[in-house]
Write a protein that binds this ligand. Structure first.
Ligand SMILES: [Zn+2]
Length: 112
């Protein structure tokens, strides 16, 4: 049991999708910190991911079902882990986008 790590991991772990691993970005995070088999951080670049135009994802449909059609999602270019924006990041980018209500609108029933 590694009690020390669990708390930090927990804050970074939003509800998972059936076919995608989902994490929350740390403030200012630009590279994937998902660990590979050898325990090294992946380091892949996190890119904004437009899943409604992604052929594979259109078939999968997980993301759109869970978050709607225009949620802000980032994806690691290597391991394809999905990253949700950190709410605190909004305060860093003062570019002024008033979109906050994406979550909570179309939450699907919890599957177990
Ligand atoms: Zn990665």
């Amino acid at each position: 049991m590694v009690t020390g790590e669990i708390t930090t991991e927990a804050t970074q772990t939003p509800p998972q999708l059936p076919h995608h691993k989902v994490k929350t970005k740390k403030v200012g995070q630009r590279a994937c910190n998902e660990k590979n088999d050898k325990g090294k951080a992946c380091g892949g670049h996190l890119k904004r991911w437009f899943y409604t135009t992604d052929v594979l994802e259109i078939e999968c449909g997980d993301v759109e079902k869970a978050w709607g059609r225009d949620a802000e999602v980032y994806r690691c270019e290597y391991c394809q882990t999905l990253y949700l924006p950190n709410p605190a990041d909004d305060k860093v980018n003062v570019a002024g986008r008033g979109l906050k209500s994406v979550f909570g609108l179309t939450l699907p029933p919890k599957e177990k």
